[in-house]
Ligand binder design. Structure first.
Ligand code: GDP
Ligand code: IMO
Ligand code: MG
Length: 431
């Protein structure tokens, strides 16, 4: 058995949560391999809507085991709220949620550090979700982090206080009154108290040595799907640095974030929107600042699942999509939010870039500082509602043309066309 992978090919929010939930019945185990509560994965079914930040999107199927892998960073305060929301919706996680002992903790002072560091950057700010992602991964890499397994140690409190003091030393240099800063509506001292209380919720969860658990499961013939967070263009190495997140969001991250050997990676499902969005700062060659951009935002309800910020919107970017397919070894594509394009007469797609007076499909090293002009091709829109219950063949001809056009340009088949947020609004197409 091999581990299949599902990840985002753009700047996040492609609809990963929805499709993981759709595919879950086919898998014994769903495992998150990187990122933290900067993620917001939305799942809708039976008139209910859930947004998950840390818990894998397979949690709605009681038969599936959900693993939070070693590559993930966990904020107990966020996780506790997530579990409570699921419990309110009648979903019990006590049996089918497992947490890696090697996953790192996001401490309250990591959130403080994120906030003061973003503030200090002024107009150059990253547009971080302010969930403490960069400081927590920094501590992991600098070998100062605290892990879930440390909760079981009698040294936990001592180590917590040491880390807290180390962080506060840095924070004091910013000359802000951190006690007045608010996190999720709580001033820092109350937030810290709530965070410490939330550790109990984390202590109650089942802990595993997830690399052994997952490899043993594979050897026993179990099927595993790895669920990505963020998107390829936010990858720490290959995204538009420094306007990226702090983890490897690509397929390679599955190996380090779950302890899976490269030879054990199977299918790679790449998810992309039929257009593009980006939340936060950084280059976005096909961004639309006009009525079309507003229409995409309105129809697509493009406001962040984690922060509520309006998402920047633009046309589909094929050079960027090809780059993501190359980095991830994508074997199947899934096109999301096709319905958002229902009311367009014309659609545009970037097929090339112009910069420094030349044409190139390559994203330049200087993408952050260079003016990149997308070369656009125009397609006829379908300009009608699409019916989710229809078979793929019954879809409007222009929509099917859009799909074949993309497949021909990138050389990978599209096997799902998503036409609405609900689980059922998913059209399967033969490769
Ligand atoms: P993720 O982070 O990749 O899981 O994506 P998000 O949940 O942050 O953002 C995707 C948003 O689009 C959510 O609000 C989904 O409910 C919604 N969505 C997913 N697929 C579709 C679709 O095909 N059509 C429409 N209109 N909305 C969709
Ligand atoms: P999902 O999993 C979209 C963006 C932030 C910011 C940059 C760095 O829901 O697709 P960070 O908080 O990681 O330090 O922010 O990355 N970002 C996301 N954008 N979807 C996400 O996750 C994101 N997670 C982080 O907006 O630009
Ligand atoms: Mg999201």
């Amino acid at each position: 058995m091999k581990v299949d992978v599902l990840l985002g090919l753009q700047w996040g929010d492609e609809g990963k949560g929805k499709i993981v939930d759709v595919l879950t019945p086919k898998y014994d185990i769903i495992a998150r391999f990187q990122g933290g509560p900067n993620a917001g994965h939305t799942i809708e079914f039976d008139g209910k809507k859930f947004v998950l930040h840390t818990i894998p999107s397979g949690i709605f199927n009681q038969k599936t085991i959900n693993v939070i892998g070693n590559g993930v960073i966990i904020d107990p305060f966020v996780l506790k709220k997530e579990i409570a929301r699921l419990n309110d919706g009648g979903i019990d996680v006590s049996e089918n949620l497992l947490v890696s002992r090697k996953a790192h903790l996001i401490l309250p002072t990591h959130r403080l550090l994120d906030a003061v560091s973003e503030h200090a950057k002024g107009k150059d700010k990253i547009g971080s979700t302010l969930k403490g992602i960069s400081p927590a991964y920094t501590d992991k890499i600098s070998r100062n982090g605290m892990r879930i397994g440390d909760l079981e140690s009698d040294q936990f409190e001592k180590r917590y206080l040491q880390a807290r003091e180390r962080h506060l030393k840095t924070i004091r240099q910013f000359e802000v009154d951190y006690r007045e800063m608010e996190f999720d509506g709580l001033r820092f001292p109350e937030y810290e108290t709530a965070w410490l209380e939330a550790l109990d919720a984390l202590r109650k969860l089942k802990k595993v040595n997830s690399e052994y658990y997952l490899n043993n499961a594979l050897n026993e013939g179990k099927s595993i799907l790895a669920e990505g967070a963020q998107g390829t263009l936010l990858d720490i190495d290959f995204g538009s640095y420094p306007f990226v997140t702090s983890s490897n969001t690509i397929t390679a991250g599955v190996c380090s974030g779950l302890g899976i050997a490269p030879s054990k990676v199977g299918k790679v499902y790449g998810i992309f929107k039929a257009y593009c969005t980006r939340v936060g700062s950084g280059p976005f060659p096909t961004e639309l600042m006009d009525e079309d951009g507003n229409l995409l935002r309105d129809k697509g309800n493009e406001y962040g699942s984690t922060t509520g910020r309006p998402r920047r919107c633009g046309w589909l970017d094929l050079p960027a999509l090809k780059y993501a397919i190359m980095l991830n070894g994508v074997t199947e594509l899934m096109m999301m939010k096709a319905d958002v394009l229902n009311s367009f007469n014309e659609l545009k797609v970037a097929v090339n870039y112009r910069y420094n007076g030349n044409l190139s499909e390559e994203i330049p090293y200087e993408s952050v500082t260079l003016d990149i002009d997308p070369v656009l091709e125009t397609m006829t829109g379908w300009n009608k509602e699409v019916v989710a219950s229809e078979a793929y063949d019954k879809l409007p001809a222009e929509l099917k043309d859009y799909v074949s056009y993309i497949e021909n340009k990138v050389g990978v088949p599209i096997t799902i066309v998503s036409v609405g947020p609900d689980r059922t609004e998913t059209i399967f197409k033969k490769a």
